[in-house]
Design a protein around this ligand. Structure first.
Ligand code: F6R
Length: 246
């Protein structure tokens, strides 16, 4: 591993607070930084802490740029299950990020493949992501790079694994309604970020975390590619870190 920095913290709230502090420190140090952001259950607490820190500190966000990792194909900002809706309700509508500087793939694009090209171009124009935060799926995915994804993959349309659809069904009325495709940053995009922060909380993440960081680097465990990242920080609560060794 290029640089192993695994922080084990007490519980989910600690994980959220530590991650939010890392983000705000980057923003304060570099007011025109580029952030990569995840959605889901794991970062919800982090966004709560971050919102409070940003508002309490009246932090200037006018030049901060954000790029989300992924979005479901077929869902738009008005769909409650979309990542657009999540980001707006968890962070953007509560803070002073400039709408023009926040980017999420357009799940409603008539041509999703062309949308991937556009997203890739925007990312290139922004320069390197200074800090990219990722969660981890129980199958080891990061972004929506499911097991078997090419380490050289870039922004693209992917088929969601059935395990992912089943887990994410908790946010939908039925499994049938969970989209089958998504647009995601690829593993190469993730590896190009200057710094990656992986957050994980709860027992359900313990096996995936152990496979990612104690096992071999393998395309069957997409998060394991992060072992090769030069500046990776993992923040895991005790439950998620339970199966890690060393
Ligand atoms: C979400 C994303 C996914 C999630 C992962 C964990 O933008 O890219 O990789 O980070 O599925 O999801 P939660 O946090 O809901 O367990």
């Amino acid at each position: 591993m290029a640089y192993r920095n695994i922080m084990v913290v007490g519980d989910y709230n600690d994980m959220s607070a530590v991650a939010a502090k890392i983000i705000i420190d980057i923003i304060l140090e570099k007011p025109d930084c580029v952030l990569g952001l995840p959605t889901g259950k794991t970062p919800a607490g982090m966004y709560g802490c971050l919102t409070q820190l940003l508002n309490d500190g009246k932090v200037d966000l006018s030049r901060v740029c954000t790029y989300n990792l992924d979005e479901y194909v077929g869902l738009g900002p008005d769909d409650k299950e979309s990542f657009h809706y999540y980001m707006n309700s968890m962070l953007f509508s509560r803070t002073a990020f400039s709408a023009a500087n926040t980017h999420i793939p357009n799940g409603l694009a008539a041509d999703p493949e062309a949308e991937c090209g556009k997203y890739e171009d925007k990312l290139k124009r922004s320069g390197k992501i200074d800090l990219l935060v990722v969660g981890i799926g129980i199958n080891g995915h990061i972004g929506f790079n499911e097991p078997g994804s090419d380490f050289k993959s870039r922004v693209r349309v992917v088929e969601l694994a059935e395990t992912t659809r089943k887990i994410n069904a908790r946010y939908f009325k039925s499994l049938e309604q969970v989209p089958r495709r998504a647009i995601t940053m690829g593993l190469q995009n993730i590896m190009e970020a200057k710094r990656v922060l992986l957050i994980a909380g709860g027992n359900e993440k313990a096996p995936a975390l152990a496979r990612a960081f104690n096992g071999p680097v393998s395309e069957q465990v997409p998060a394991s590619v992060l072992q090769r990242h030069d500046d990776l920080t993992v923040i895991a609560d005790r439950k998620a870190a339970g199966d890690l060794s060393g």
